[in-house]
Design a protein around this ligand. Structure first.
Ligand code: HEC
Ligand code: HEC
Length: 248
């Protein structure tokens, strides 16, 4: 009886260890990436957001794999995020409904997978990116898919959209870095227009998945910094602080 209990405990411990190892392996891999590989990973996140904007590429026609059910046209349909989402979950996430709905799957299944296989996926007929980006940029995207993406639902509440971070600690980071461009109250840059302005507080509460992506990777085609060198915990702290800023 006692032995069965011990065996049972050991089994549970083994499963638990396995789970912890799996969920933290991406973070460990990021720490292992140094020099050029780390730079490539950081670039991968920006390219996922908007590789056309980052590379200065102009395309007018709609991506051949963009489904007729979708509402977008032209350049927008070539962005990874447009088909796979800011939460990397495609139709299983925020893009399961609304103006960005396409019915396309997310990229979560490819987290911690072999970057070589992802590189092949990006060159396949569905994507056809092989002739549009350099191999180095495609590799950067593959590194992002493998090591850069995270399961946002562990950190951002799907219903309330609130980040689990600590706004006070996030404030220390925001008020010494982001402040230079976005101002103390996050209102120095209006992301939309005069009529319906959108500030840091607006976007962080409306689309926290996008804001977290920008916090971690930066904004394509701009001087905005990336906080990838910080741990996920601190990146979530910054998101929480952004959510505390005025929305109007
Ligand atoms: C026009 C829409 C579209 C765009 C843009 C797009 N993809 Fe995809 N992607 C798809 C479709 C559709 C699939 C599913 C393919 C299939 O069933 O073979 C897919 C599959 C994937 C997969 C495999 C996911 C899985 O579980 O099968 C990865 C990884 C991926 N895409 C990464 C990217 C990256 C990185 C970019 C940007 C460089 C990108 N995609 C841009 C449509 C798109
Ligand atoms: C060197 C200037 C600079 C710094 C520093 C900077 N940003 Fe930005 N950020 C920008 C610019 C420029 C844009 C694009 C503005 C636009 O689209 O009009 C931007 C865009 C954004 C967006 C996208 C908003 C949207 O919905 O389009 C977010 C979110 C953001 N920044 C958050 C931050 C956070 C958080 C920090 C601190 C970690 C930060 N930024 C630091 C310049 C900066």
């Amino acid at each position: 009886m006692k032995e069965t209990k011990i065996a049972c405990c050991l089994f549970i411990l083994a499963v638990f260890t396995l789970l912890v190892t799996v969920s933290s392996s991406a973070a460990e891999e990021i720490e292992k990436l140094t020099g050029k590989k780390f730079a490539q990973l950081a670039r991968g996140g920006v390219l996922y957001d908007n590789w056309l904007g980052e590379l200065g590429v102009k395309i007018d026609k709609t991506h051949p794999s963009y489904p007729p059910a979708g509402q977008k046209k032209g350049a927008a349909t070539w962005r990874c995020k447009e088909c796979h989402g800011w939460d990397y979950k495609g139709k299983a996430g925020a893009y399961g409904t609304g103006s960005s709905f396409t019915g396309i799957v997310g990229i979560r299944a490819y987290a911690n997978q072999n970057p070589e296989a992802i590189l092949k996926t990006l060159k396949n007929d569905t994507h056809a990116f092989g002739s549009l980006m350099s191999d180095s940029d495609l590799e950067a995207l593959a590194l992002f898919v493998t090591y850069g993406q995270i399961d946002v639902d562990l950190y951002i509440n799907r219903q309330t959209k609130k980040s689990i971070g600590d706004p006070a600690n996030g404030g220390r980071i925001f008020l010494s870095t982001c402040i230079k461009c976005h101002g103390e109250d996050g209102k120095a840059i209006n992301f939309k227009d005069e009529k319906s302005p959108e500030y840091m507080g607006t976007v962080a509460n409306k689309n926290p998945w996008e804001t977290l992506h920008k916090i971690r990777w930066g904004h394509p085609g701009s001087q905005m910094i990336s906080l990838l060198f910080l741990g996920l915990k601190e990146q979530l702290d910054v998101l929480s602080f952004c959510q505390s800023l005025p929305e109007k």
